[in-house]
Design a protein around this ligand. Structure first.
Ligand SMILES: [Zn+2]
Length: 490
C-alpha cells in the first residue's frame, strides 16, 4: 500500500517536471489576447461541469456509437502473443469526441495494481482484468486529487479527510451540485459530497449532505417509497436515506426543497425562478431505468417499456438551472451511474441504453453552455472512473477483435469480466483550463496515446485553475472574477 502511494507521488513529480514545456506554451496562448484584459481562457473557469460515465471504457463508448451511428473510434485488433496489436482507423460521432482535448486517464487505486503499465497492459489479454479500482477510490481521486483504498470516500490512504471540489467551489462563493442516475448517496456522488471510511454507509452519506452545508443541489435515484420499476412500495425501504432524514426532507426541516415528481423535475429545468437548494429523489429505487423489470436480460436496447421518470439530461438541466443563478459560478458533477451496473450484469442492451442516456446528457450540457453560458467561462470534462465488464469485440482473448456493427443493431461484442478493469479510460475536455488538462497528460500509451492520472483532473483545479498559488506551474490564472474567494483566501 505504501509503495503505491509513493508511485502516485512519483507521477505527480513527473507532471511538475514538464513545467518547462508548458511555460513555453503560456505566452503563445496569451499573445493573442489584449494585455489589458487577459483572455478568459487563461483565467480559471467560472463554472466547471464534470460528467462521469461510471464504468465507461473506450469500448462502452464504441458499442453505443456503433448502435447510434454505425461508427466506432477506438477499436484495436491483434494478438500480442504472436504479433502486434494495432488501432483500427476510427470515426468520431459523439459530441464529446469533437472536444479539443482528448486524452486518456489511468484509474488505479491504493488497492490492487500500484500503477498503470502501458507495456504490460497490451502484452497480454489478462493484465487489465486484475487489480482494478472501485468507484469510491476512483471518485475520491477525481474529486480530491488523492489516491485512496477501494471502498473509501473522501479520505486519503491514512484515513485523513481531504478537500474535494465542491468544498473548494463553495469556499470560492460558488454553488455546487451532484446529479446521478443511481442513488444520490452512491459511491461516485458521495466522493464529491461526503467523507466516510465506508462507501456502504449510504444513509450516513445522505445525512452528511443534509447537514454539511456544502451542497446546493443533490439529485438522483434512491427514493425510499419506490422500487426499481417505479412502483410504489407497500412499505418504504430506507437503504439510501434514513427514515429520520427522509421525514426531515418531507416536512421541510432541511435547507433543501424536496422534489420527487417527473413534472416537477421538468419544471425545474425551465423555470425562471428556482429554489436556492434542491434535493431531488426521483420516484424510483436504485436506478432510473437499468433495474426495471426485464431490461437487463432483454435482447435489444429500448425493447422493454421505460419507467415514466425523467432522464439524466432533464435532471441535469434542472440542476444547472438552479446552480447558474449564482453569479460567482458553480461546480457540478453529473454521473451516468448505471453504465457500470449494466457492465456488471454483462448486459449489452442496458449498457447501450445507459450510454445513450449519458451521451444525450453531454449533448444537453454542451447545448446549455452554448445558449446560457459560453466556452470562455465554463469548463466541461467528460470521463470515467474505470471500465466495467471488460467489454471487447466478439471472440477476443487472447487476440483483441474489433467491435463492429450496423446502426440500430447491437454490434457483436463480448464481456470478459463481471468486475472492473484496470485499463485507461477516456478524458474529453472543452473550455477554460482544458489546455492545462492536455498538458498534464505526460504518459504515453502505445494504443491510447497521451494519458494523465485520475488525480490530475481534480488537481488541475485544486492546485492550479482554482488555486491562489500556481502549484503545478502551468501558468498563472489570475484573471478570473471571484471576489468572495480571493478576499477570504490567505
Ligand atoms: Zn462497479
Amino acid at each position: 500500500m505504501n509503495s503505491s502511494f509513493v508511485s502516485s507521488k512519483g507521477m505527480r513529480r513527473a507532471a511538475i517536471g514538464m513545467v518547462g514545456s508548458i511555460a513555453l506554451l503560456a505566452p503563445a496562448l496569451s499573445a493573442s489576447a489584449s494585455p489589458a484584459a487577459p483572455h478568459r481562457s487563461d483565467a480559471g473557469p467560472k463554472n466547471v461541469i464534470v460528467l462521469i460515465g461510471d464504468g465507461m471504457g473506450y469500448n462502452e463508448v464504441d458499442q453505443t456509437s456503433s448502435y447510434q451511428h454505425g461508427t466506432t473510434n477506438y477499436q484495436v485488433v491483434g494478438n500480442p502473443l504472436t504479433g502486434s496489436v494495432k488501432k483500427v482507423p476510427g470515426t468520431p460521432s459523439q459530441v464529446y469526441e469533437k472536444f479539443p482535448v482528448q486524452v486518456a486517464s489511468s484509474t488505479y487505486s491504493l488497492s490492487g495494481r500500484a500503477a498503470y503499465d502501458p507495456q504490460a497492459a497490451w502484452a497480454g489479454f489478462g493484465w487489465v482484468a486484475d487489480g482494478a479500482t472501485d468507484s469510491a477510490a476512483a471518485g475520491t481521486a477525481l474529486a480530491t486529487g488523492v489516491k485512496t483504498q477501494n471502498g473509501v470516500v473522501g479520505l486519503d490512504g491514512s484515513g485523513n479527510r481531504v478537500e474535494n471540489l465542491t468544498e473548494r467551489a463553495k469556499s470560492m462563493g460558488k454553488s455546487t451540485g451532484l446529479v446521478t442516475s443511481v442513488p444520490f448517496s452512491h459511491a461516485t456522488p458521495a466522493t464529491y459530497g461526503a467523507h466516510n471510511a465506508d462507501r456502504n454507509d449510504l444513509v450516513g452519506v445522505t445525512n452528511e449532505y443534509l447537514n454539511d452545508g456544502t451542497l446546493d443541489v443533490v439529485i438522483g435515484a434512491g427514493n425510499p417509497a419506490y422500487d426499481d420499476s417505479h412502483q410504489l412500495l407497500a412499505t418504504p425501504s430506507f437503504g439510501y436515506v434514513s427514515e429520520q432524514d427522509w421525514t426531515r426532507l418531507k416536512s421541510g426541516q432541511t435547507p433543501f426543497k424536496l422534489i420527487e415528481k417527473t413534472a416537477d423535475f421538468k419544471a425545474l429545468a425551465t423555470s425562471k425562478k428556482t429554489p436556492q437548494r434542491v434535493f431531488g429523489a426521483v420516484q424510483v429505487g436504485s436506478t432510473l431505468q437499468q433495474g426495471r423489470g426485464g431490461a437487463a436480460t432483454s435482447a435489444a436496447p429500448f425493447s422493454v417499456p421505460r419507467n415514466d421518470v425523467p432522464d439524466l439530461a432533464t435532471l441535469t438541466k434542472g440542476a444547472l438551472n438552479v446552480l447558474d443563478a449564482n453569479k460567482n459560478g458553480y461546480f457540478a458533477m453529473i454521473e451516468g451511474g448505471a453504465v457500470d451496473w449494466a457492465g456488471h450484469a454483462n448486459s449489452s442492451s442496458t449498457c447501450v441504453e445507459e450510454m445513450v442516456d449519458f451521451n444525450r446528457t453531454v449533448e444537453a450540457v454542451v447545448d446549455w453552455v452554448n445558449t446560457k453560458s459560453s466556452w470562455d467561462e465554463t469548463l466541461v470534462i467528460v470521463t470515467a472512473d474505470h471500465e466495467t465488464g471488460y467489454l471487447t469485440g466478439a471472440g477476443s482473448n487472447p487476440a483483441w477483435t474489433a467491435i463492429d456493427g450496423a446502426r440500430k443493431q447491437l454490434p457483436a461484442a463480448a464481456w470478459n469480466s463481471a468486475g472492473h478493469t484496470n485499463g485507461l479510460v477516456p478524458v474529453y475536455a472543452k473550455g477554460p483550463g482544458s489546455a492545462d488538462i492536455r498538458a498534464l497528460a505526460t504518459g504515453t500509451d502505445p494504443l491510447r496515446g497521451a494519458y494523465l492520472d485520475n488525480t490530475d483532473l481534480a488537481n488541475v483545479l485544486l492546485t492550479d485553475l482554482w488555486a491562489d498559488k500556481d502549484v503545478l506551474g502551468l501558468g498563472q490564472h489570475n484573471g478570473w472574477a471571484n471576489p468572495v474567494w480571493l478576499k477570504t483566501a490567505s
